[in-house]
Design a protein around this ligand. Structure first.
Ligand code: PEP
Length: 252
């Protein structure tokens, strides 16, 4: 698929999955992609414990490595947390912030997500800011209002098309096998695009907007083909190289 607009990105979020036994998957993926002419960028976000190892087994490939979260401070007394600087130092190019699982499980607010995105920018990372409505909000006709509010509240000052990516991830579609229709995805993405133009001016047109939520090889081409969809954020189907490449193939 050839799409006009910003260069697409297919990003894999391993969440809290993976020990060294899983390193065979990124190694396989790098091998599969070696001779393929891609029309998208590819990113793998493993757990922090595997960042260096994943990078090492994919050495020589064009696949980038990212973090799944970061603290808003560069260093300090924050036991168990990881800073954007540390991710950068480990070889990451990007960091996911505001994933709905963190918003729900760690009570992360838009304000906090904005601080994390800003910390990512400060460390030279691309911040992938996640937004999306719950099923209740969708049923209540509040989807566009919710994503607008999250976008406005989570986008930090200094966000540009080069340092920021938005991931629209309906909460009810994550890990459930359910997806919105292509028309519903296109409606939300064009709404986000219009909001980005209001918030960022001309640069808003260049920000990549990923769709995330139960993307798999069988639905990737259709979802990626929707207007203003500039790639995918993939959870479950990014864990196996054979599945992940099936999604990347939407851009071959
Ligand atoms: C995600 O966690 O960002 C995600 C989209 O998960 P899944 O692809 O498994 O729905």
């Amino acid at each position: 698929m050839v799409k006009t607009g910003p260069r697409p990105l297919v990003a894999g979020n391993w969440k809290m999955n993976g020990t060294t036994a899983m390193l065979k998957e990124p190694r396989l993926l790098a091998g599969m992609l070696r001779d393929i002419k891609l029309k998208c960028e590819v990113l793998v976000c493993p757990p922090a414990t595997l960042i260096r190892r994943v990078k090492s087994v994919m050495k020589g490939s064009r696949i980038r490595v990212g973090g799944q979260d970061c603290h808003w401070n560069a260093s300090g007394a924050h036991t168990g947390d990881i800073s954007a600087e540390m991710l950068k130092d480990a070889g990451c190019t990007s960091v996911i912030v505001g994933h709905s699982e963190r918003r729900a499980n760690h009570a992360e607010t838009d304000e906090l997500v904005s601080k994390k995105a800003k910390a990512g920018h400060g460390a030279g990372l691309i911040a992938i800011i996640c937004i999306g409505e719950t099923l209740e909000q969708r049923k209540g006709g509040k989807t566009l209002q919710v994503v607008s509010g999250q976008l406005k509240g989570s986008l930090p000052e200094g966000a540009t098309a080069a340092n920021t990516i938005i991931a629209y991830e309906p909460v009810w579609a994550i890990g459930t096998g359910l997806t919105p229709t292509v028309a519903e995805v296109a409606e939300v993405h064009s709404h986000i695009r219009a909001d980005l133009a209001k918030l960022m001016g001309d640069d808003g047109g260049g920000v990549r907007i990923l769709y995330g939520g139960s993307v798999k090889p069988s639905n990737a081409a259709e979802l990626m083909g929707a207007a203003n969809v500039n790639g995918a954020l993939v959870g479950g189907a990014s864990l196996k190289a054979a599945d992940f490449i099936g999604i990347i193939k939407a851009y071959m």
